[in-house]
Write a protein that binds this ligand. Structure first.
Ligand code: APR
Length: 232
């Protein structure tokens, strides 16, 4: 076994071939909407109807999407690797879970979840959320998608830093490396002495930080990498 503990970070690129759009590719989400209008607490406060409409559409689309060969390859790695596999995702879809991955750290939240801004209660989000929805626990109408917006603190960061500090291998899949703190994970892993690999359609903005790279569609390069890793 070459790498006892493998920490993987996935981004929108791993779900692209499942039909879910990315953010910064041509025609991506941030070409259609201003981040400050639909992905900040201030934007939600200004226009909750607009934000709910966007996340309702994304929630329905994600619910209908199916995992692709890259998601299934990571589930196989988690199942068959004799060491530890930790999957951290920036994605808010549930395609890793649909592919059978048992444990996923959703650092930016997930579309399937709803959150009460008043009492912090979390529950399974209905397909369509509305600003008049009341919290099942405190009945206040301060409900929102359980998504981490810009300016908010991503989830599980303490756990993630600890995993990076004890990783033997860090692999980034389908992420542009444009958003922190995820973009800094590769340097943290390197400081811990981990080998680092970037698997992406094209070089990300952090490509020079990686010891090894492989470029191509995730459905091709991720299964190849998993097969190599499991054959070691
Ligand atoms: N296979 C592999 N990689 C792909 C594919 C594919 N089929 N298609 C696109 N990519 C790559 C792109 O080359 C790009 O580097 O996926 C990356 C997508 O980058 P972004 O759209 O920036 O998505 P991501 O890196 O996940 O964004 C990070 O930014 O807006 C926030 O919260 C949002 O979680 C998101 C975060």
């Amino acid at each position: 076994m070459a790498h006892e503990k493998i920490v993987i970070l996935t981004g929108a690129g791993i779900s692209a071939e499942s039909g879910l759009g990315t953010f910064r590719d041509e025609g991506g989400l941030w070409a259609q909407h201003r981040i400050e209008d639909v992905a900040t607490p201030e934007g939600f406060h200004r226009n909750p109807d607009l934000v709910h409409a966007l996340y309702n559409a994304r929630r329905v689309q994600a619910a209908e999407a199916t995992p692709n060969a890259a998601h299934h390859a990571l589930a196989e790695l988690e199942r068959d690797h004799p060491g530890e596999v930790v999957i951290v995702t920036q994605n808010v879809d549930s395609l890793h879970e649909k592919a059978g991955v048992q444990s996923v750290l959703h650092m930016h939240g997930h579309l399937a979840g709803a959150l009460c801004g008043s009492c912090g209660h979390r529950w399974e989000a209905p397909a369509n959320m509305h600003k008049t929805d009341s919290c099942p626990a405190c009945q206040r109408t301060s409900t929102r998608p359980d998504i981490v917006w810009f300016g908010e603190i991503p989830y599980f960061m303490d756990v993630i830093w600890d995993h990076l500090d004890s990783a033997d291998l860090f692999v980034a899949i389908g992420t542009s490396g444009e958003v922190y703190p995820a973009a800094a994970f590769v340097q943290e892993a390197q400081r811990a002495g981990a080998h680092t690999i970037e698997l992406n359609l094209e070089p990300s903005s952090r490509v020079s930080d990686f010891a090894e790279t492989s470029f191509g569609p995730a459905t091709e390069i991720v299964p190849l990498w998993v097969a190599q890793e499991l054959s070691r």
